[in-house]
Design a protein around this ligand. Structure first.
Ligand code: HEM
Length: 231
């Protein structure tokens, strides 16, 4: 196969379909989950039950993403975007320069860590939620019956703290995307919708087929179903 021509940009596959579906489903569910959690007192107990349901769906997405970080296409794999401190510092130095940032095919070294931070905050958020129960709303998450009241109280505080941490991370995420759009003239959102970035001399990322994504997501869903109904 001839080497790609580095002088011409062309639409190049970066984000596989499962990664994009993961992202936009996560956005919808996190917004829904945040609103139903924060405003449960005004919305009523039915909405608290939906808060739990959307939390389980987020857990399935997190499990999916953890596996996809090993079997997705090369930009979805953790090995493809989790970089050491030297790469992050070099990227920061380049970012401070006047020229437009070098377009990275996948997540840039700094963005890679923000992705990991969001996934970690989401895991703590959902993980702590699994231990909560609230008599006022008549809801009990699946692991609450296995722990003492003291643990439930502690998990309640963790759940609240993780919510604010996640909110701060999402605000930073959106600010970074706006920064790239305005200061660096790079539209990061379109590739997350279409899968393709205009790149020069970069080969399209292969792998991460939809059928494998569906299989991994189905297995993640089964694991969450088992946790909620059988443990
Ligand atoms: C609840 C809100 C959000 C959360 C929790 C969230 C989370 C994430 C995560 C985890 C990733 C990594 C994707 C992956 O590799 O699997 C990501 C990437 C991305 N998100 Fe979001 N996101 C949120 C909202 C948004 C919104 C509203 C937009 C668009 C305006 C957006 C645009 C993007 C883009 C463009 C990327 C790719 C960044 C890059 O090129 O490195 N996100 N987001």
């Amino acid at each position: 196969m001839p080497a790609p021509d580095p002088s011409e940009t062309r639409p190049t596959r970066v984000w596989d379909l499962p990664t994009r579906l993961f992202h936009w489903s996560l956005v919808v569910l996190v917004v829904f989950n945040g609103i139903t959690g924060q405003f449960a007192a005004d919305l009523g107990s039915d909405w608290m039950a939906r808060h739990l349901l959307s939390g389980y769906a987020i857990l399935a997405l997190i499990l999916f993403r953890l596996v996809w970080g090993f079997v997705g296409n090369r930009h979805a794999r953790f090995a493809g975007f989790v970089r050491g401190p030297r790469a992050v510092l070099a990227y920061l130095a380049a970012l401070r320069g006047r020229a437009a940032a070098v377009t990275h095919a996948g997540h840039n070294p700094l963005g890679g860590w923000s992705v990991m931070a969001m996934l970690a905050a989401l895991t703590v958020q959902v993980g702590s939620g699994l231990f909560l129960s609230d008599e006022d709303y008549g809801v009990e998450a699946p692991l609450a019956k296995h722990v003492a009241n003291k643990t439930i109280d502690l998990m309640g505080s963790v759940h609240e703290a993780a919510f604010w941490a996640l909110l701060a991370l999402v605000a930073t995420h959106l600010a970074a995307i706006a920064f790239y759009r305005v200061a660096k003239k790079e539209n990061l959102v379109r590739p997350m919708l279409t899968g393709d970035k205009a790149l020069a001399g970069v080969e399209a990322a292969r792998g991460g087929p939809a059928w494998l994504g569906a299989l991994v997501f189905a297995l993640a869903g089964c694991a969450v179903w088992y946790l909620v109904n059988r443990i």
